[in-house]
Design a protein around this ligand. Structure first.
Ligand SMILES: Cc1ncc(COP(=O)(O)O)c(C=O)c1O
Length: 419
């Protein structure tokens, strides 16, 4: 049959404006429309701009030579398997490696409780997808990681912001809210070198959080991508050593590299099949080749300890350099010296200067920084700035700080002229 004959004729001159389909969108798409992450990355990518904006790890730390060597071997020795579809739960060798890594830093786990994911971000989205109904409550630090906020909001969750300080989430405040009747299904924490605040959840608060999970019946989502980036090499016990109600997200993005999109999660046995089902719908499986390569890399007992020690040296050096520059050149910027991770969470102390407009002026001066407000749920972030020290060299950090200083001068002059 000639299908064309049954199609209406369309005049070549008929106007063809694209259909507007947004009225067909599902309700949940209205819950979360944050362009903040996209805008941050786009601003930093403009030519000539020095970016302290994104949470990108330094390419100098990527294990490029090791990956090239292993990739070559994988393609020579096991291309048929490495280029094929693989199980939704993950390539067995990768699940084994992640189980070993998790057990070395937290509660002992077997590979059947591990799901390989496309990074922690996918883990967050899967957890949100299987646990949260519209209106369910998720407690989280205020400020919080934007990617988590987005996933929880898209699932229809109501966010319960909990104040935090240098020791992480104030679990007394959490307990007060729970005792007052907040029915919380998930509590989300970033226990080491929080993004954006840099906080480390104290051991006392980890224990308290675990006890609250037992008492009030919620799930703890422990998202820990920065634990290996401790400047003094120390690490607090993972929360899953203290509670069996933990989903532990295991990002490899900051420890190895984000581009392969291979990470994982460890979940209570009862949730693994549901998470695997959700993952099957999302993407069938995580990149097989990447899993084969990383499984081999991480199975080498000689690799990780030396690599992590180099990461820590590298980031300690860059953070120390930026500390010195801020102290000597930006006296209007207050900050806690980070103990690890990638960020400085700063406060603009000069009265009347808003961090959002300062960030815009800074971009015009050629340096991208992130204002605090998008990370904040309830608290006022209008005086905060997040600065990443990871990807700029020492010379670039100096220029970036000078540009930020020039932006501050301009913002101060503009403020004076409005008075
Ligand atoms: C707290 C936190 N969780 C998760 C992620 C995303 O990790 P992944 O690359 O493993 O998806 C980031 C990235 O910046 C992050 O800061």
């Amino acid at each position: 049959m000639n299908v064309r004959r049954h199609l209406p004729e369309r005049s070549p001159r008929m106007p063809t404006s694209p259909p507007v389909l947004t009225d067909l969108l599902a309700r949940r798409t209205r819950f979360a429309r944050s362009d903040a992450i996209r805008d941050i990355l786009a601003a930093g990518a403009a030519p000539g701009v020095l970016s302290m904006a994104g949470g990108l790890p330094a390419p100098d730390t990527f294990p490029t030579e090791e990956l090239a060597r292993i990739l070559d071997r994988v393609l020579t020795e096991s291309a048929a398997a490495a280029l094929q579809y693989s199980p939704t739960e993950g390539v067995p060798a990768m699940r084994e490696v992640l189980a070993r890594l998790a057990s070395a830093t937290g509660a002992p786990v077997t590979a059947d409780r591990v799901l390989v994911t496309g990074g922690s971000q996918q883990g967050l989205d899967l957890v949100a997808g299987i646990l949260l109904e519209e209106g369910d409550v998720v407690a989280l630090d205020d400020p919080s990681y934007l990617g988590a906020v987005q996933s929880f909001r898209r699932a229809g969750a109501r966010l319960l912001p909990i104040p935090s300080d240098a020791d992480g989430m104030d679990t007394d405040a959490l307990e007060e809210r729970l005792t007052a009747g907040a029915r919380c299904k998930v509590v989300y924490v970033v226990p080491h070198f929080h993004n954006p605040s840099g906080a480390v959840l104290s051991v006392h608060r980890r224990r308290h959080l675990a006890a609250l999970a037992e008492k009030f019946g919620f799930v703890i989502v422990e998202d820990d991508p920065y634990a290996d980036l401790a400047f003094d090499g120390t690490r607090q016990p993972s929360v899953d050593m203290l509670s069996e109600r933990v989903v532990r997200l295991m990002s490899l993005s900051k420890t190895l590299c984000p581009g392969l999109r291979v990470g994982g999660l460890v979940a209570p046995a009862s949730l693994v099949p549901e998470l695997a089902g959700a993952k099957q719908c999302a993407d069938l499986q995580t990149n097989t080749l990447g899993q084969h390569v990383l499984a081999r890399l991480l199975a080498d007992p000689g690799f990780l300890p030396g690599h992590v020690a180099r990461l820590q040296d590298f980031y300690r050096g860059r953070a120390g350099h930026l500390s010195g520059l801020i102290e000597s050149r930006l006296p209007w910027l207050d900050f806690e010296r980070p103990r690890g991770g990638l960020f400085f969470w700063c406060t603009v102390t000069a009265p009347g200067i808003d961090s959002g407009s300062l960030a815009r002026t800074a971009l015009a001066e050629g340096v991208a920084v992130v204002p605090g407000a998008p990370f904040c749920i309830e608290r006022d972030g209008s005086r905060n700035l997040r600065l990443s020290f990871a990807t700029l060299t020492e010379a670039q950090l100096l220029s970036a700080v000078d540009r930020l200083s020039a932006a501050f001068e301009k913002a101060s002059v503009a403020l004076e002229s409005h008075r």
